[in-house]
Design a protein around this ligand. Sequence first.
Ligand code: PBG
Length: 327
Amino acid sequence: MNMRIRPRRLRYGETLRKMVRETRVDPSSLIYPMFVKEGTGIVEEIPTMPGQYRYSIDTMERKLEELLDAGVSSVMFFGIPDHKDEVGSGAYAEDGIVQRAVRLARREFPEMYLITDVCMCEYTSHGHCGVLCGHDVDNDATLKLLAKSALSHVQAGADMVAPSDMMDGRVAAIRDILDENGYKNTPIMSYAVKYASAFYGPFRDAAGSAPAFGDRKSYQMDYHNSREGIKEALLDVQEGADIIMVKPAMSYLDMVAKIKEAVQVPVASYSVSGEYAMIKAGAKLGYIDEEKIICETAASAFRAGCDIYLTYFAKEIAQYMQEGKIG
Ligand code: PBG
């Protein structure tokens, strides 16, 4: 056969394959999401996310040490309060669960980069991501509470805030309040391209944040839409978002690739609880090879264009990176 161009030529041997590799990864792009709750001595496994736990503030320290040892130096906190009410007051309480977790982590782990999720759903008695007006989430009234929450996180020592509520105008509201209070250099990572997704199911079990009625489709996006995601991303960049996130990751990598073209800021993708749960369940049944699937899904997110990857497998991926199994 006379064939000059043979793509297989570059596939012989690990050395050559690594030389021509297009996607190179590094643990510095990983963020580990973790759940903190009230109480002491708690390390509670989340039934739908085997291997993931809810920690009280005292036990959280051990986990943070473990992450640092593994090479993961960024975490994102989700709070699980004891008390929920109509207006989610725990979200912006000075001694709220996230605020206290951040204060402690800031003091004990100065080298760790601390990000907080800014949302109301873990703190409202109805489980929606904002305050209600009848059965609707009141967008503009919610903005004030989100801004207050973000400010309280930063005052407690958070390095970055990440609003996940999907209200219109929240990035601007948060940017304004941070600037007015002298936090001009605190970045905002916006969950800008966030779809109404069944992949969040296990998270809602973990955080007890499932909506008591209805669904989130009046604020999170319809998964049939792609141009709408670009609209959200561009709007948030205009409002001052420093990083744009696409969520979920696995079924939305087309959006990662499109957003990467559309904006000039770093792009993050969040491999959510349902993605984690599927891999764990498939592996437990012996249907798939857990380690290989973790490496492949992570590499595909980076290949699609993400600069930052939020994942419950952060520790494992950091380890696989160091062992040369990925990247
Ligand atoms: C809060 C929030 C959710 C997730 C991150 N922030 C749940 C939701 O929107 O219902 C999901 C994360 C995951 O599934 O791992 N709004």
